[in-house]
Design a protein around this ligand. Structure first.
Ligand code: ASP
Length: 343
């Protein structure tokens, strides 16, 4: 008897993958999803059933925001029991943010949600879109012992599947546009698809999918640089709407030890604002206390982001503020890995 084919839902949000050049302006613009499917007849050859749903108006992912994240999360929630896996077509510019957001919003996810896109539109002769899309669908279709193999939010690009909330877009031109410097890739596509089983996330299969829908965007991202101005920083940090701050520091979590800076951060923490330390380096981890230039930050209660990406830290902060996590437990829970986003 022929085995049942997995059911895959393809969610089209926009991005270069589905764009065409406007003949008048030469700009790349999103176009109709049905056109996209017509350009990949190979999809019919895959051994899975593919259904599709599209954003009413596909977007360039530079216009991504939490309302769109909610739309995606709700599409997955609504179709969760009817499908074995989900593939989200998305622009590469903010794909790592969306992958991180979905990973936090979809608690107890036990099915694959794979984001992919491309650097060249699907109609381009040299496009990377076909391979990315076809292999993403194949990875989302993998089943072993009646269970999906991938049970987390992944990002597939140029022959590699990564844990989504570990990725960063590192190149605006190369087909190899993403990197996950602090976590090994989950799978690689060559002649065969090789799964790195040890790296896969193991969800608690007994728990039901729970979708977190409230993200609080009253946060600030501050990247330190030599010469950063006190008055500019005061304007941001003392803004009464700010409830959380991601501080992108140097190296292993280091910052200037000038007293005005430490006092400013100390005061804001005392006012109840959460301050998270993440490193500006693409790889490696914050380790407050390793250098004198981070010891004060540790003492005044700055939260360590360890080896989290800035993208994942931003969404984790929005998620925690949205969940109204209490001030007593905020630091401890933030410093705990929830979806494999930190080591
Ligand atoms: N600007 C495009 C987007 O992010 C780039 C891409 O799709 O790769 O939507």
């Amino acid at each position: 008897m022929e085995a049942m084919k997995p059911n895959i839902l393809l969610i089209y949000t926009g991005g270069t993958i589905g764009m065409i050049k406007n003949p008048n302006t030469g700009e790349l613009q999103a176009f109709d999803f049905n056109n996209l499917l017509k350009r990949i007849p190979e999809l019919k050859l895959l051994s899975c059933n593919i259904s599709t749903v599209s954003f009413e108006e596909p977007i360039d992912s530079s216009n991504m925001n939490p309302e769109y994240w909610l739309q995606m999360a709700e599409i997955i929630e609504k179709n969760y029991n009817d499908f074995d896996g989900f593939v989200v077509l998305h622009g590469s510019d903010t794909m790592s943010y969306t992958a991180s957001a979905l990973s936090f919003m979809l608690e107890n996810l036990a099915k694959p949600v794979i984001l992919t896109g491309s650097q060249l539109p699907i109609g381009d002769l040299r496009t990377d879109a076909k391979e990315n899309l076809i292999t993403s669908i194949q990875m989302a279709s993998l089943i072993k012992n009646n269970k999906p193999v991938i049970r987390e939010v992944g990002l597939y690009f140029e022959y590699k599947l990564y844990r989504g909330n570990r990725t960063t877009k590192i190149n605006a031109e190369h087909f190899e546009a993403f990197e996950s410097l602090n976590y090994p890739h989950l799978a690689e596509s060559g002649v065969h698809i090789k799964i790195n089983s040890e790296a896969l996330f193991t969800p608690n299969a007994k728990k039901k999918l729970k979708v977190h829908k409230v993200l609080d965007t009253n946060i600030a991202l501050i990247k330190l640089f030599p010469g950063i101005s006190k008055s500019v920083l005061e304007c941001i940090i003392n803004n009464p709407s700010v409830k959380g701050i991601i501080l992108e520091t140097y190296g292993a979590g280091n910052a200037t030890t000038e007293s005005w800076f430490i006092t400013l951060i100390d005061e804001v923490i005392k006012r109840g604002v959460q301050v998270i330390n993440v490193t500006q380096c693409s790889g490696g981890s914050v380790n407050m206390g390793q250098y004198e230039t981070s010891s004060e930050l540790k003492k005044i209660g700055v939260i360590t982001g360890k080896d989290i990406t800035t993208e994942a830290a931003i969404v984790k902060l929005m998620y925690f503020l949205g969940e109204k996590i209490s001030a007593n437990t905020f630091k401890t829970i933030f410093e705990t890995s929830l979806r494999g986003e930190m080591s």
